[in-house]
Design a protein around this ligand. Structure first.
Ligand code: URA
Length: 434
């Protein structure tokens, strides 16, 4: 077998065999196949696509390119959740404690972010003292004892993905359904949970801008999860504007806390209740998603989800104030407000532009080596459909570097579009794929 023949075969639109795909993944992970040949194959895949069967073989090869986590020492049906990526997406911080408060064991590994904001692990690290690295025994014991742990994913899980994702990032080959599916599902399958709930984003701030593409991605991910013997459900959700109001690590943690206390933005609350309802259902703690929704709502209303969050934070070393039973996050040194220059209804609050501006405050990495400014980011005061008067505040930008705050302010101006007419309401939950 040789790489040159494989690149040619895919370039001509032919189907690769399971053995060829395994040969590529194993050779590339070991460093025997060079980046230039891997990049050429990725581009051939981008244009010629992979069949569903090839995607399955690619996922399988990537899943076995590193450690496979054994969670069998944890009692119950372990449920994982993953989002394909969006601006202001802090749902894990909310749905994990809701589901855990309803009795579903959550043993979750999450990543750091390269892009608009940090990943869940960066967000959790904005809580003073929070430890994202636990020994496997401590991780398992914590889930058995309190039902919830979230730790950083090591490079040894789906090792091929770490190299391939970095290569895709610099060769314009990220937004291909088969490559996204194999990247996400290989990590999810190696991480050992029994069931997976996927939040597939669709809209201008997502990889998949059109519903047809998002549905294709969701169907592919669900069928690969099921073929691997895991209960898998995907929820396609809107990502035209940021989720909630906060974009940036500690700002998002604060918004997650507000939501868990019943005082968060309505879009975040609704999405989290829906995601949690399916997690509770596949975790067999509810007879139907509707019953799961009712249990999730009760966990929010009675405060049991927030208490579970505080227990989880404290158990992983995060500082919870004994006096107020709360978490305090460091504020940023600088803030600047963006005021509306015209009046009307907001037609667009563009997720991608806000994500990029937030990244430039220091809230996201531009290269893997960058350190994140955990208190930097953007707080939106208006969302699509809101009526805005001239001079009203649209957003506040935070950061610890004045120059970065000013750069983000300039970029942010372009993110808002006004209309004289009230725009049609966008539905947040678009489709469920089971
Ligand atoms: N997230 C991933 O982990 N991989 C992708 O390819 C896209 C989003």
């Amino acid at each position: 077998m040789n790489m040159n023949d494989m690149i040619l075969k895919k370039r001509e639109g032919k189907t690769l065999t399971r053995e060829e795909i395994q040969f590529f993944i194993s050779g590339y992970t070991k460093g025997v196949i060079p980046d230039y040949q891997a990049a050429a194959l990725l581009m051939a895949i981008f244009f010629q696509k992979l069949t569903d069967e090839e995607t399955f073989y690619l996922t399988e090869a990537m899943q076995h390119s590193g450690d496979i986590i054994d969670l069998s020492a944890i009692k119950g049906i372990k449920v994982d959740k993953h989002s394909t990526g969006g601006v202001g997406d802090k749902t894990t911080l909310i749905v994990a404690p809701i589901a855990a408060a309803c009795g579903v064991p959550i043993a979750k590994m999450s990543g750091r972010g390269l892009g608009f904001t940090g990943g869940t692990i960066d967000k959790l690290e904005s809580i003073p003292g929070f430890r994202t690295v636990l020994e496997p025994e401590e991780f398992v014991n914590q889930v058995n004892e309190i039902g919830l742990s979230v730790i950083g994913q090591t490079a040894h899980i789906a090792a091929a993905d770490k190299k391939l994702y970095a290569l895709r990032d610099v060769t314009a080959t990220v937004d291909n359904a088969s490559l996204i599916t194999s990247s996400i599902m290989s990590k999810k399958l190696a991480a050992g949970s029994d069931a997976i709930i996927l939040d597939v984003k669709c809209g201008k701030g997502a990889f998949m801008e059109e519903m047809e593409e998002a549905e294709h991605l969701a169907n592919l991910m669900v069928s690969i999860g099921k073929s691997a013997g895991k209960k898998t459900i995907a929820i396609i959700t809107d990502m035209n504007q940021p989720l909630g109001n906060a974009v940036g690590n500690s700002l998002e943690v604060q918004e997650a806390i507000n939501t868990l206390k019943g005082d968060g933005p309505k879009d975040i609350e609704e999405l989290c209740l829906r995601l949690a309802s399916y997690m509770i259902f596949v975790g067999e703690k509810a007879d139907s998603p509707e019953h799961g929704y009712q249990l999730a709502q009760e966990a929010l209303d009675t405060g049991s989800a927030y208490r579970k969050f505080l227990e989880f934070v404290e158990r992983q070393g995060g500082i919870v104030s004994k006096e107020h039973g709360d978490i305090s996050l460091s504020p940023a040194a600088y803030e600047s407000k963006l005021f509306a220059k015209e009046e009307g209804y907001l037609l667009e609050v563009e997720a991608k532009k806000i994500g990029v501006a937030s990244q430039h405050t220091g809230a996201g990495r531009e290269t893997k080596e960058d350190t994140i400014d955990l208190s930097a980011g953007i707080l939106l005061h208006k969302k699509i459909g809101d009526a805005v008067k001239k001079g009203e505040c649209l957003a506040t930008v935070y950061g610890n570097r004045e120059d970065k705050v000013q750069r983000a302010m300039t970029e942010l101006e372009d993110a808002f579009t006004f209309s004289k007419k009230m725009p049609r309401k966008i539905s947040l939950i678009k489709k469920i794929i089971e």
